[in-house]
Structure formats: C-alpha cells, structure tokens
Design a protein around this ligand. Structure first.
Ligand code: GLV
Length: 316
C-alpha cells in the first residue's frame, strides 16, 4: 500500500512518526509529503490534524487513519473526501496515560494537594480534614474507551464512581459491575448534584460543545472539582471562571482549551484555583500507536473490516 503521512507536526515529531511507522509497516511505502508519489497512487492517509484541504484530490484513498483519539478537528475540514472511512486512534497505552492523569487529578482534589500547593506559595501551614476515597463521588462524562478505563481505575482506587453517556448502550452491552451509568439529559441532571469531582472525557460534537456551562456547573455540589481532559470547547470559559470566582467550583484542572496553546494573558494561566496542563493528559505514543495503525493498514490490504471506524454523522 502507498501511505501518506500528514499532520501539523514539527520536524522532530515527523521524524519520530516516520521511523515508528516505517518499522511497523514493512512492505508498505510511506510518503512524508504530498507529491512524493502521484496523488492517484495513495491508498491510505495517516493523519494528525492535517491542515484543512490536505486530503483533497486523492482519488484512490480508502482509509484515513487518525493518530489522534479525538477527530473533531479532522471532521471540521470541509474538504475531507466524502465517503472515505475514517478510523480514530484507540491505543491501550493512551487510555492508561489518560487514567493516570485522571487519577492524579482526583487524588489531588480529594486529598487537598492543590490547596496545599497554594498554601505553600503563601508560606501557610494548615492541615485539613482527611477524607477516605469512598467518601468522594466522581462522575466521568463519556463512556468510550477512555471513560471506561478511567472509571475502572478510579473504582479500583476506592472512589464512588458513576459515568454518564449521552445515549443508551448498544443492544446487548451490559454496564461494568458496580458502576452506575447514567444516560441522557435526565440522567445527567440526576448525577450532577452527587458528583464532587467531574471528569470530562466526551468527544467534541455539535451535541457536546458548550455542555459544561453555568447551568451544569450550578447543579454540582458547592466546591466541586472540574477536570477537563477532552476538548476546550466543551466548556463555556466565562461560566467556569464565574463559578470558580463564586466558589461554586472549588478547583479546575484543565488540559484543553478553546485556543491552544492557551494564549498569554488568559485568565486561566494565573487563576489561583486553576491548574493548566499543556494538552498533555494522554499523548499518542508513536511506539504503541504505530502498531495500531499497522493493524488497520493490514486489514485494509487484506479486505478485512477496519477497526475503530468513525461515524461521521455522530462526529466520533
Ligand atoms: C488528544 O487530544 C487526542 O485526541 O488524541
């Protein structure tokens, strides 16, 4: 197969991906630039948020394999070839990285470690009451690959965990033992007042954009922690800042933003109760992800079903 790598990589990232993919895909030709082979020869594109229009005019294209788990930016490309299957990145190593970030944030919220870090900056010695994990309720928004891994590991850590998914589970799919999965708008309304920690892992779609707004935040218990590990556009920033300033939200941990990098001078940078991460909660690891890509390229070559197909109309 002739493969095209396209993305907004810097040179070092491009070289890393080229090496990892070349090693995982022996027997296939990997083009690092459009034009290395005629457009008519490209069978599949391996992409990391390529600039809009990058995949237009490839008549033989039969697979767009994303190196990102979230495909919202890819789907926003109005010149994306219609009808070509898209697959998202699903890599257990990435799910595990996300679980680590969610565990760290939850532990720090539960045990007051963010508060202690702030107290240190003020030179203030003040221990607070110590709660048990089973006294802390966590709601995971989104119950896909990452949401399940995160919810499972939080449960193992002893937290009271519930999850929320927008839609009913596919027929025949049971919820994991001991985990309450809320569904739909009513389910969310029931779950929020009992959730001291809210962890967002939803895909960004027309239905989830702006979901974390003033109304949702007001339904949480006072002082709740908000952890956004999905996309910045899930959050209405002005509403979150107002909720932080009023004390309705006690602490926010934000990995993702409307504009990335987060612009200099944005109120989140210096807010005393916001922790900013540079979209680093779960980065695609070329070492394991290249093998995931190779399995799908091999499936395409052999005419087998592709894994992790994106439903374009659903947006994930
Ligand atoms: C990261 O945000 C990803 O979607 O892979």
């Amino acid at each position: 197969m002739n493969l095209l790598l396209a993305g907004d990589f810097d040179e070092a990232e491009r070289a890393d991906w080229a090496a990892a993919l070349a090693a995982a895909l022996p027997g296939h030709r990997l083009c690092l630039q459009r034009g290395e082979l005629p457009d008519e020869a490209i069978d599949a594109a391996i992409v990391a948020n390529p600039p809009p229009g990058s995949l237009a005019g490839l008549p033989r294209l039969r697979l767009i394999q994303s190196l990102w788990a979230g495909v919202d930016r890819l789907l926003a490309d109005t010149a994306l070839p219609p009808g070509v299957p898209i697959a998202r990145m699903v890599d257990p190593a990435m799910n595990q990285a996300m679980a680590e970030t969610a565990l760290w944030a939850t532990l720090a919220l539960h045990r007051g470690f963010f508060t202690y870090a702030a107290q240190q900056r003020e030179g203030r010695w003040a221990p607070h009451a110590q709660r048990r994990a089973d006294e802390v309720s966590v709601l995971v928004l989104g119950f896909g690959q990452m949401g399940r891994t995160v919810a499972g590991q939080l449960q193992q850590q002893g937290y009271r965990v519930a999850a929320w998914r927008r839609h009913a589970a596919p027929a025949g799919e049971a919820d994991p033992a001991g985990l309450l999965v809320h569904r739909g708008a009513d389910g969310l309304a029931r779950a929020l007042p009992q959730s001291q920690v809210l962890i967002n892992l939803l895909p960004l779609t027309a239905d989830t954009r702006g979901l974390i707004d003033g109304r949702l935040l007001a339904a949480l218990p006072r002082g709740a922690g908000v952890v956004n590990l999905a996309r910045g556009a899930h959050v209405v920033d002005a509403d979150l800042l107002a909720a932080l300033d009023s004390g309705q939200v006690g602490q926010a941990v934000l990995d993702v933003f409307h504009t990335e990098p987060l612009p200099a001078g944005h109120p989140y940078w210096r807010h005393p109760r916001v922790v900013v991460l540079p979209h680093a909660a779960a980065m695609t690891d070329a070492r394991s992800a290249a093998a995931v890509v190779a399995r799908n390229i091999d499936a395409l070559a052999a005419g087998r079903p592709l894994a992790h197909r994106v439903a374009r109309d659903a947006g994930y």
